[in-house]
Design a protein around this ligand. Structure first.
Ligand code: PMP
Length: 366
């Protein structure tokens, strides 16, 4: 029987797997699987969101004028070159959609963000994975994988799920050696967790280069994941193309208002950053102390840590043990990381409980 057939490149997509929020038995658990903010949301952003309930009958501002103006103001950017998205996810898809298609290649590093291959295949392009260097982005491997069909290169910095970081010099070297007709997308979803001296310079590059796009999100440090708000900065030509293919009303009125308020709440951002630094550092120390049991933390600059299990205690056993104790983390066998767990830095109590559980399980497995 004849039936409509999805395009073969769509059929080839492995679906995105979101972080779980319930245990195998349906229990609600501590969710440390999606890199959300354990401090919640800025009170100012929440108040702006609530106030927007007064205008539910109207479409949102399709141009997100106030939000784009606030972003431009905050970072010293040209408002016309800021674009808003339904999360930065949409912007990654728009970048691929505007610049890649059938016969083209989209390049990223192995253990990169799992949306990149989906964004590539969705538009009929071929995803190409470059080798990592001990889980981190390897600029030489990326450059070696560039062909005359490479149209888009995605680099997350810090990277998810590894937490690894690419320096300003390395990023500049990558950009400098890429063909001019290849769009470099620097995905800065976790950039606010970096220390000021670790600024990777991507926004500076995007100010002047004709082939650099930077994406940002309100989902992580701003604690607005539920509202789906991201933004990007890039060349005027990229903006023109991406606006044509984005959904017209892609960020809700409440989302736009909450994001503007969140941008103004420096105290909340600072508190979130400081909490993360303190407890990520503490947690990495705890994992280092379990080195003799084969546990190792990939050095992270994000709000999560990728813990590798190379001894008697396996990642799968630890994943299940944590779930039994009421904590869901991210086990990533589908991303070639069957030996790793990506653990979001939660509240102090959550981080302490995870460390305690891992210590217990590593001891029991020895
Ligand atoms: N990029 C990276 C590296 C991410 O980890 C995420 C969220 N998991 C995103 C982009 C997308 O986030 P959002 O759509 O919520 O902005």
């Amino acid at each position: 029987m004849n039936a409509p057939t999805p395009k073969p490149w769509i059929a080839a997509i492995s679906p995105y797997v979101p972080g779980r929020s319930t245990a195998d038995d349906g229990r609600k658990v501590h969710k440390l699987s999606s890199n959300e903010n354990p401090l919640g949301t800025s009170p100012a952003a929440r108040a702006a969101f609530v106030a927007a309930a007064a205008s539910l009958d109207r479409y949102p501002d399709a141009a997100a004028h106030d939000l784009r103006a606030a972003i431009a103001d905050k970072f010293g950017l040209e408002p016309a070159r800021v674009i808003h998205g339904t999360g930065s996810d949409e912007l990654l898809h728009l970048a691929a959609g505007a610049y890649a298609g059938v016969g083209d290649e989209v390049l990223y590093v192995r253990y990169g963000f799992s949306v990149y291959p989906i964004a590539a295949r969705r538009v009929g392009a071929e995803p190409v994975e470059a080798d990592d260097r001990d889980y981190a982005t390897d600029v030489d491997a990326l450059l070696a994988a560039v062909t005359d069909r490479t149209r888009v290169v995605f680099v997350a910095n810090p990277n998810n799920p590894t937490g690894t970081y690419t320096s300003r010099a390395e990023l500049a070297r990558l950009h400098g050696a890429l063909p001019a007709d290849c769009l470099l997308v620097v995905d800065q979803a976790y950039t606010e967790y970096l220390e000021p001296e670790d600024d990777d310079g991507a926004l500076d590059l995007a100010r002047t280069a004709a082939n650099v796009l930077v994406t940002r999100t309100f989902s992580k440090i701003h604690g607005l994941a539920a509202e789906r708000i991201g933004w990007a900065y890039g060349p005027a030509a990229a903006m023109e193309a991406m606006h044509k293919i984005r959904a017209p009303f892609n960020v809700s009125t409440a989302g736009q208002a909450a994001a503007v308020a969140a941008l103004g709440d420096d105290d909340f951002v600072r508190a979130s950053h400081d909490h993360n630094l303190e407890w990520r550092t503490w947690f990495e120390g705890e994992i280092a102390a379990l080195g003799n049991a084969g546990l190792r933390a990939v050095p992270s600059k994000a709000n999560f840590v990728l813990v590798l299990f190379e001894g008697a205690l396996t990642a799968e056993t630890a994943y299940k043990g944590l779930m039994e104790r009421g904590y869901i983390v991210r086990w990533l066998p589908n991303q070639g990381l069957a030996h790793g767990l990506r653990i979001t830095i939660g509240t102090e109590a959550e981080v302490r409980a995870i460390a305690e559980a891992l210590r217990e399980m590593a001891g029991a497995a020895a």
